[in-house]
Design a protein around this ligand. Structure first.
Ligand code: 5AD
Ligand code: SF4
Length: 449
């Protein structure tokens, strides 16, 4: 069978699609272009925007592709699948499988049964209360991606119920994976040549604090993974400020392969808005964490998520967000206009901010961020660092082949070298020669390894 997966949303979805690809390939299925696929999988996201419409229009597009003489069918997974569920079967008869994030472990078998004709339609929408190990996670190591970077799930779901967020409803309660399973997967990856691992979860800092916990904290897990021989870069995402333990901050000062970057969603700079968002920290506490992180690791690059136009946000509240962005000096941030998600608490909060006003706030915030980003990058000019090569740069010219890599903090560095292949997955010592708007330009100063 030939299949095509389209992925929307966060890194967890990207990683889930990646796993599904391998699981199907291990059954002899083949990833194919859209034109050739017999099975279409949409892995969906509903955290923002108009996700349902996006999925419906994508399914409409797929329907136009369907050839009558073949048994082509589709599967919808992820957050929108969890919300709409069997509704997809009625609206789009060629959808034969819907699966939520807890159902994905059984999706490969379900797809196989549908393709064989032994099942007509399958809905995998039940939530589980304990993390379900997926088949052969190590198998991934055999078909190791060329760039020698890997993502490893450490948990699923979220218990926080921030008042604007749909995730706890679509991904269910937090379920931590067994630490031994995480470490074993990381070990197998590193042994097969992976040099960078990113630990993934909706709220990694509360790892182990649920039914799946076995007394191993997130900090403990970091130390265990960081100790793997040959692991050069360790990252993790996403962190909730309220759960960052002092031991995790300390780890930034002690673990040399823990990368000096942290995504620490602030969401808003006003304490009353943070309260309404049910974030369970205030700006004072947030700044204490930031200062402690900077003390432990002075070169740490902080990034964040921000929401503007949350119900009740005044101009003064918004000013406080701008002030926090300036005070922390984020290297970059993702900022969004608040949008109502079905069933979340903020739907009933008033007054809603005028959409025009929210758009203006978003623009002002992004202008400020661009200026700060530019300054942060400018400060790095003439510094020496190491670029971990991910692939060719988009832009090429006559001066040599332009390669794209990342420094330890995750910033993009483009540099030129005469090699036309073989550099992906290599570490290249570089000196930063120029700061661009969102990336750096460097020159090679040493031998790649
Ligand atoms: N409206 C706008 N942004 C949202 N986010 C989550 N829910 C909403 C919403 N209803 C943003 C938050 C979160 C990021 C993944 O998406 O900033 O950190
Ligand atoms: Fe959503 Fe809050 Fe959980 Fe993040 S911590 S996934 S914003 S509920």
């Amino acid at each position: 069978m030939k299949f095509h997966i389209t992925t929307f949303g966060c890194q967890m979805n990207v990683h889930d699609s990646d796993w599904l690809t391998r699981a199907l390939e291990s059954r002899g299925w083949e990833a194919a272009d859209e034109d050739e696929a017999q099975v279409y999988v949409l892995n969906t996201c509903s955290v923002r925007d108009k996700p349902e419409q996006k999925v419906y229009s994508e399914l409409g597009r797929i329907a136009a592709h369907l050839r009558r003489d073949e048994d082509v069918f589709a599967a919808v997974g992820g957050c929108v699948a969890q919300q709409v569920g069997r509704g997809f079967f009625e609206r789009f008869p060629f959808v034969k499988l819907v699966f939520g994030s807890d159902g994905i472990a059984n999706a490969p078998n379900a797809l196989e049964r549908i393709a064989e004709g032994s099942d007509e339609r399958v809905a995998l929408l039940d939530f589980v209360s304990i993390y379900e190990e997926r088949e052969n996670p190590e198998e991934r190591t055999v078909t190791l991606s060329e760039n020698r970077q890997a993502f490893v799930n450490i948990m699923q779901g979220c218990d926080n119920f921030c008042s604007y967020c749909i995730v706890p409803y679509t991904r269910g309660r937090q379920k931590s994976r067994h630490p031994d399973a995480v470490v074993e997967e990381c070990r197998a990856l590193v042994e097969s040549g992976v040099r960078e691992v990113t630990l993934l979860g909706q709220n990694v800092n509360s790892f182990g604090m649920d039914k799946g916990g076995v007394g191993v904290s997130f900090a403990d897990l970091l130390y265990r993974v960081a100790a793997l021989d040959g692991l050069e870069r360790l990252r993790f995402t996403t962190s909730h400020p309220k759960d960052i333990a002092p031991e995790v901050i300390k780890a930034f000062g002690e673990l040399t392969n823990l990368c000096p970057s942290l995504h620490l969603p602030l969401q808003a700079g006003s304490d009353s808005i943070l309260k309404a968002m049910r974030r369970k920290y205030n700006t004072k506490r947030y700044l204490e964490i930031v200062d402690a992180l900077k003390e432990a690791r002075p070169d740490i690059a902080l990034t964040t998520d921000l929401i503007v136009g949350f119900p009740g946000e005044t101009e003064e509240d918004f000013q406080q967000t701008l002030e926090m962005v300036e005070r922390v000096g984020y290297e970059s941030s993702f900022s969004f206009k608040y949008s109502d998600r079905p069933g979340v608490a903020a739907v009933n909060m008033e007054p809603k901010v005028d959409p025009q006003e929210a758009s203006e706030r978003l623009m002002r915030l992004q202008t400020l961020q661009n200026n700060i980003t530019r300054k942060c990058l400018k400060n790095l000019e003439s510094r020496e660092t190491v670029a971990f090569v991910e692939g060719l740069s988009r832009k090429q010219d006559e001066s040599g082949t332009w390669w794209k890599g990342r420094d330890p903090a995750g910033r993009i560095i483009n540099f030129s070298m005469s090699e036309i292949n073989g550099l992906v997955g290599m570490m290249v010592p570089v000196r930063i020669t120029e700061a661009k708007k969102h990336s750096l330009v460097g020159e090679r100063i040493g031998t790649p390894w």
